[in-house]
Design a protein around this ligand. Sequence first.
Ligand SMILES: NC(=O)c1ccc[n+]([C@@H]2O[C@H](COP(=O)([O-])OP(=O)(O)OC[C@H]3O[C@@H](n4cnc5c(N)ncnc54)[C@H](OP(=O)(O)O)[C@@H]3O)[C@@H](O)[C@H]2O)c1
Length: 166
Amino acid sequence: MISYIWAEDANGIIGANGSLPWHLPDDMAYFKSTTMGNPIISGANTFRSYNRPLPGRQNIVVSRQNNFPDGIIAVSSIESLCDLINQAPDKNYFVTGGATIFTQLLDKVDYLYRTKINHSFNGDTYMPKIDYNKFRLIRSQPGVVDEKNKYQHTFEVYERIGQSPK
Ligand SMILES: NC(=O)c1ccc[n+]([C@@H]2O[C@H](COP(=O)([O-])OP(=O)(O)OC[C@H]3O[C@@H](n4cnc5c(N)ncnc54)[C@H](OP(=O)(O)O)[C@@H]3O)[C@@H](O)[C@H]2O)c1
């Protein structure tokens, strides 16, 4: 099973200068608790933004390079990634971005964990267009807004309608 997890602003922006355009600890906590114990799949740029393997999760990085720290599984193509997934297809693989990886797995994703932030930011990286007619919303829950989390945001989960082509 493949799930996407990301946060986007009101205009679909997800990144700026190689990192996140916002500081939203409530979303970071949601990301951690949702992905913990599951394999995560990241593009090389997104992995660099973490600066280290994320603990408690198998870290898979898609890159044509192979200079990653111990503990990282590096795959050099989407085809190799799909081979790896097909070796243990019952795991829930969380694709954590960025835009290039989200774009290449659109036909295969089963669940979408989208944090929608009700604010407009400056940025340079956009979420690719998703056909939401192919998904149904199964959960929608407001995030915490307080001194540390200034932007209204909603945690949504969508499930693909019907079978995804594997
Ligand atoms: N808001 C969110 O939830 C969220 C989530 C994730 C990321 N982001 C943001 O998005 C930005 C990064 O996204 P991005 O789209 O620029 O980069 P990315 O998708 O994280 O990484 C791109 C890199 O992945 C590797 N790659 C991609 N497709 C490949 C393929 N088919 N075969 C082999 N390698 C492949 C290449 O690495 P090599 O050049 O090493 O070969 C490529 O340069 C950052 O600003 C980040 O903070 C935001």
